[in-house]
Write a protein that binds this ligand. Structure first.
Ligand SMILES: Cc1cc2nc3c(=O)[nH]c(=O)nc-3n(C[C@H](O)[C@H](O)[C@H](O)COP(=O)(O)OP(=O)(O)OC[C@H]3O[C@@H](n4cnc5c(N)ncnc54)[C@H](O)[C@@H]3O)c2cc1C
Length: 101
C-alpha cells in the first residue's frame, strides 16, 4: 500500500501515458476512449498501411459495439460514422464491388 501511495504521489498531475498495440477497430476505439478520458495514447500497428489487408467489405457493428463506439468517439467522428453507415434493411442484401446496394 505504501508503495502505491508513493506512486500516486509521484504521478499526481501527470497525464497517464498508454501504449495500445494493434490498430484494429478494437484498438482504435480503445485509443479514442482513453484519449477522451484525458490520457496520452499512442497506437502501434504492424500493418504497413490501412489497406494492407484485402479482407472484408464493410463493418458490421452490433448494438453493444455501437454503444461502445458512441461512448468512445468524439461527437464529430460519431456523427460521421452514422452519416456514412449503410442500412442493411430487414432481409439479406447484395452489393456490388463498389458497395452500391
Ligand atoms: C477474412 C475475414 C473477413 C472479415 N470480414 C469482415 C467484414 O466484412 N465485416 C466485418 O464487420 N468484420 C469482418 N471480419 C471480422 C473483423 O475483421 C473482426 O471482427 C475485427 O477486425 C476485430 O477487430 P479487432 O480490433 O479485435 O482485431 P483486428 O482487426 O485483428 O486488429 C488487431 C490489429 O493488431 C495488429 N497487431 C497484432 N499484433 C501486433 C503487434 N505485435 N504489433 C503491432 N500491431 C499488431 C494487427 O495487425 C491488427 O491490425 C472479417 C474477418 C476476417 C478474418
Amino acid at each position: 500500500m505504501d508503495r502505491l501511495a508513493g506512486w500516486d504521489e509521484h504521478n499526481r498531475g501527470r497525464r497517464l501515458r498508454v501504449l495500445v498495440i494493434g490498430g484494429g477497430i478494437g484498438g482504435l476505439c480503445l485509443a479514442q476512449g482513453l484519449h477522451r478520458a484525458g490520457m496520452d495514447v499512442t497506437v502501434f500497428e504492424r500493418d504497413d498501411a490501412p489497406d494492407a489487408r484485402t479482407q472484408g467489405y464493410r463493418l458490421n457493428i452490433e448494438p453493444v459495439g455501437s454503444e461502445a463506439l458512441h461512448h468512445c468517439l468524439p461527437s464529430a467522428l460519431w456523427d460521421r460514422f452514422v452519416a456514412t453507415a449503410g442500412d442493411p434493411g430487414p432481409g439479406m442484401g447484395f452489393s456490388t464491388s463498389s458497395c452500391d446496394c
